[in-house]
Design a binder for this molecule. Structure first.
Ligand code: HEM
Ligand code: SF4
Length: 562
């Protein structure tokens, strides 16, 4: 535990600088507790290799410290050069792999402290920043990544993403000073307001934003602190429905923590949307709970203030009343996998990457294959919110060769995979994440096998069921609004959630606790069978589970309600 609270650390940090420069220069293999908190604002988590923990303890050795660094990639958009930089840097300075994240970013793992600066410098040389990829600030802003060109709506959304990312990025020169040129620039800022939006205490907690379309909520907009849904007509965005207070994290057995979907705040025209978004951020800055980090996310602020009061405050900070959000919510979803025409004569292909892990394994040479394709054909790149990849701007004449290269390297274009596999996600969990209570990414292939076989066994082989799993209740891959959510409880045991849906507009309920992996199929058998026999036309598994309700589902599964 840090000796100081995170609020005190921010207060004394001189705009996120703290003792980072000195500690970075020291030969010690890790940062101290206070610096560790500040590192997050720079996109870095200090972790340890948990696989080696026991063995090292036996040998009286301390933790094997390793760092995770996260690239901030607004809207998941990268140039081929930026991809190739990630590919090269992961070999030189990390563990030889990298990972597409559920919020359209990229993570490196296994970085030793002495390599951290070179890695971050290398990323910045390719114009990718890690600043604010973690920490109590606006994180990576998500946006539907589909490169559809015969309708300008998605380009307009992507432009807003870039503008907003720039606008809400921390302005502190500390990042530059520490990682890039070493010059102390803070001293030159006398009399200037260094952080006009955040102030020196930044936000009470992390803050996440996404931009979606009503007919395509692939970014899971309602799980964000700030969600913007673009309403459009004839290729023009007329304005945005603004939602606030989404968030997935909770703690097992702590009722004051819970997942929540964002709720409507107002409607803003394209001219107003940046100021309206900034107003939401500022209300959270001033009204968020700075005493208790477990109750500090915007979702708790809204529930404490009440929606009406919160909405009124947003209008007040905006400067005049904003009209209510329009009706309609979200009603569609596309994972963008497979081959598609962009509408400008070019194509994109959505490539499935299990758990977003860019690595070469016995089963598939994903890293090598993508490197070769990207070197040769220079496609533009977009990361999806399902940890998958879109290669875009492909000339029709290159389609066949790219398809052959993908197949040769064991990659699917998605549409050939079962629906269960296409949209599944697992967080990274063991061995790097310090918060993991159980395996996630490493267990996913087996879990998919088990659940997939059970789905087939009951005769639902074609069912569109989304399964997401995490190693702890923080919920980094959004398990609480998928059809089936598995949340790590203790090694080999999971809480099973049922009742979310692909649209992302419904929360699931906790179905069973502490289910060992070898009993998972048996526990899901009853609900799946009941679904097969009693579902309504077009009804999804999660929606069915919600309609039937937890108690009935427990009876069906032969379990008693707790
Ligand atoms: C209190 C809540 C949370 C804490 C303390 C937390 C902490 C962490 C940590 C330590 C990691 C790094 C694990 C590693 O890569 O080794 C991580 C990964 C990640 N988290 Fe969280 N997290 C929380 C909630 C969330 C939520 C609710 C989301 C999004 C809905 C999220 C999004 C991510 C993403 C995108 C990654 C990257 C890896 C992936 O895609 O699985 N986190 N989180
Ligand atoms: S869900 Fe938990 S275990 Fe998984 S990455 Fe997030 S914090 Fe770690």
């Amino acid at each position: 535990m840090s000796k100081q609270s995170v609020e005190e650390i921010k207060d004394e940090s001189n705009y996120l600088r703290g003792s980072l420069p000195e500690q970075l220069a020291s030969p010690v293999d890790h940062f101290d507790d206070d610096a560790k908190q500040l590192l997050k604002f720079h996109g870095v988590y200090q972790q340890e290799d948990r696989d080696s923990r026991k063995e090292r303890k036996k040998q009286n050795l301390g933790p094997a410290y390793i760092m995770m660094a996260r690239s901030r990639v607004p809207g998941g958009k990268l140039t081929p050069e930026q991809w190739l930089a990630h590919d090269e840097l992961c070999d030189k300075f990390a563990n030889g792999t990298f990972r597409l994240t559920s919020r359209q970013g990229i993570q490196f793992h296994g970085i030793v402290k002495s390599n951290l600066k070179a890695l971050i410098k290398g990323l910045n040389d390719s114009l990718v920043s890690t600043l604010a990829a973690c920490g109590d600030v606006e994180r990576n802003i998500m946006c539907c990544p589909a490169p559809i060109r015969d309708n300008p709506v998605r380009d307009q959304m992507q432009q807003l993403t870039d503008t907003l990312a720039e606008h809400l990025s921390p302005q502190t020169p500390a990042y530059h000073e520490i990682w890039l040129n070493g010059e102390s620039v803070i001293a030159h800022h006398h009399g200037e307001v260094i952080e006009p939006i955040y102030g020196k205490h930044y936000l009470p907690r992390k803050f996440k934003t996404a931009i979606a379309l009503p007919e395509d909520n692939c970014v899971d907009v309602l799980t964000n602190d700030l969600g913007m849904v673009a309403l459009h007509k004839n290729g023009q965005i007329e304005g945005y429905n603004i939602y606030a207070g989404g968030g997935m994290g909770m703690t097992h057995g702590m009722a004051k923590t819970y997942p929540r979907l964002a709720t409507p705040v107002c409607f803003a025209t394209p001219d107003e949307v940046i100021d309206a978004a900034t107003a939401v951020v500022k209300v959270q800055r001033d009204y968020g709970n700075r005493e208790d980090r477990k109750n500090a996310r915007l979702k708790y602020t809204i529930d404490r203030l009440g929606q009406e009061k919160f909405n009124a405050l947003v209008s007040e900070y905006f400067g005049r009343p904003l009209p209510p959000a329009h009706d309609g919510g979200v009603f569609g979803y596309d994972n963008h996998l497979g081959w598609h025409q962009q509408g400008d004569g070019k194509w994109w292909v959505g490539v499935h990457v299990l758990s977003g892990r860019i690595a070469d394994t016995d089963r598939a040479t994903i890293r090598t294959g993508l490197r070769e394709i990207i070197r040769k054909y220079r496609p533009s790149i977009r990361i999806t919110a399902q940890q998958n990849l879109l290669l875009s701007d492909i000339d029709p004449s290159q389609r066949q060769a790219i398809e052959a290269d993908l197949t040769k390297n064991g990659m699917g274009t998605g549409r050939s995979l079962s629906l269960l596999v296409q949209d599944t996600m697992a967080c990274v969990a063991m061995p790097t994440c310090g918060l993991a209570l159980a395996e996630s990414e490493r267990a996913l292939p087996d879990i998919l096998q088990i659940v997939g076989s059970e789905i087939a066994k009951v005769g639902l082989g074609d069912a569109d069921i989304v399964l997401r799993m995490t190693g702890c209740p923080n919920g980094c891959v959004r398990p609480y609004n998928s059809d089936i959510g598995l949340v790590g409880r203790s090694p080999g045991k999971y809480v099973v959630f049922l009742g979310g849906n692909k649209l992302g507009d419904a929360l699931s309920y906790q179905f069973l606790d502490l289910v060992p992996v070898d009993q998972l199929a048996a526990k899901l058998h009853g609900p799946l069978m009941h679904y097969k026999e009693h579902r309504q036309e077009g009804e999804r598994f999660g929606d069915f589970c919600r309609r039937i309700g937890k108690e009935k589902m427990l009876q069906i599964a032969g379990e008693s309600a707790v």
